[in-house]
Write a protein of this length. Structure first.
Length: 422
């Protein structure tokens, strides 16, 4: 009995300890999560151009019944845009642009914080529609300093000259058209034969091709030819196109001028050569008073390949027959035949000269040999005159008469050799 009583006391003392060991330590209640703040962004206009400024107002509304602490604003914008908190009119040229984030401070419960921001573009802009992001990072009261963020985006359009296009050409494509356009304008102004006109309309492809080539060259020369557009950059592109057009067109004109002068000089030389040849021919024409051997030389030069020629001239009813004739506007000449006598060849080279003359096949070859060795040429057969009564008489070995009233014919064969070796 005593043992049972003692055991009961021990059990009753252990149960409260066991029940106390299984209980957890009370935890503090978590901080309440605030509703997402509202962010509204408005621009005074939705577009800007080069060297322009746009005013924006960013509204941060805390709709919670508690304050939000340490509210920070971060703005992400295109690289050609800079920004600064405040009014655009207060942004002086010596004030730097903002970087990183802007601390807005604490926003009390059920309050709206308005932050004015000025956006400014430089001389270079990228044409198109761009998103500007506004991110607010905020904290609220709590043991672990809880925080969150809210963001909003707004579209801003950038263009050049306040327009999306100029002369129907999109500004974004200006860099690919302006260099070639001014290239063809200068080439057309220089009146180069291969120019294509103004390089617009259905000929725009020519401007594009030239622009691609010039932009590629600028890139190779380490010149910034990025997609940013500005009046200054367009001016540079136009200048590059104009200078290239002047260089290429001027070179073409210079080459054409040089080629034309070269052709003119060649034509002048050819004309001079023709005049010299005509003068030489005129000088070699037969004339009144020419000696007999000189007449032979001139007529042999006219017919160098005639072996046994026959020539006939008719004048005053008389027909004269010889070997060679020539008729000009002024005079007509006729010769009989001449000879080189073997017996008249003297000197140590006599045998060689005789052999050379014997090998000659034409009278012209014999004449050149006779001139080379200064051999004597003498008349041989005279001109035969046939009168109206069919009577025939021998005339001189040569004759020169006026061409007026004289008919003449030359035959390659049917006669005899003008110069024989006998």
């Amino acid at each position: 009995m005593t043992r049972f009583f003692l055991l009961t006391l021990v059990v009753l003392s252990i149960v409260p300890l066991a029940s106390g060991a299984g209980s957890s330590t009370p935890q503090p209640s978590p901080s309440p999560t605030p509703p997402k703040p509202n962010v509204a962004v408005s621009f005074d206009r939705q577009s800007l151009r080069e060297n322009d400024a746009v005013q924006a107002w960013i509204r941060f509304a805390n709709e919670w019944d508690q304050s939000l602490a340490n509210v920070n604003l971060q703005i992400d914008s295109p690289s050609f845009l800079s920004w600064r908190v405040g009014a655009c009119g207060d942004w002086k040229s010596n004030l730097p642009a903002a970087t990183g984030t802007v601390n807005v401070g604490a926003v009390v419960a059920n309050d709206v914080r308005v932050t004015p921001v000025c956006f400014r573009s430089g001389p270079d802009v990228m044409v198109g529609d761009f998103n500007v992001s506004f991110t607010f990072d905020y904290y609220w009261t709590g043991k672990s300093q809880p925080h969150s963020f809210v963001t909003s985006e707004k579209t801003l359009k950038a263009n050049l000259f306040g327009s999306d296009s100029v002369a129907g050409i999109p500004i974004a494509l200006a860099a690919f058209i302006v260099p070639g356009l001014f290239f063809w304008l200068v080439v057309g102004w220089l009146k180069v034969p291969w120019n294509v006109g103004d390089g617009l309309g259905d000929k725009l492809i020519y401007s594009l091709l030239v622009s691609f080539a010039l932009l590629w060259l600028l890139e190779k020369l380490q010149v910034n030819a990025s997609t940013s557009i500005s009046i200054q950059r367009l001016g540079v592109f136009a200048g590059v196109g104009a200078i290239s057009g002047a260089a290429v067109g001027g070179s073409s004109r210079l080459i054409s001028f040089g080629f034309r002068k070269w052709r003119e000089s060649k034509a002048t030389e050819a004309l001079a050569a023709q005049e010299q040849l005509a003068a030489a021919r005129k000088a070699r024409e037969v004339k009144l008073g020419d000696p007999k051997v000189l007449l032979l030389e001139k007529l042999l030069e006219l017919y160098p390949n005639h072996k046994t020629p026959r020539a006939v001239i008719s004048r005053d009813g008389i027909e004269y027959e010889g070997t060679l004739m020539s008729q000009t506007e002024d005079v007509t000449a006729l010769i009989g035949s001449f000879r080189i006598l073997k017996t008249e060849i003297k000197g140590p080279d006599r045998a060689a000269i005789i052999q050379e003359l014997s090998a000659a096949t034409t009278s012209f070859e014999r004449y050149k040999i006779a001139v080379k060795h200064q051999l004597e040429i003498e008349p041989f057969d005279s001109i035969i005159a046939t009168h109206e009564d069919k009577s025939m008489t021998e005339e001189s070995v040569s004759m020169v008469v006026e061409t007026e009233g004289t008919a003449a014919q030359q035959f390659q064969d049917g006669g005899k050799e003008p110069l024989i070796f006998d």
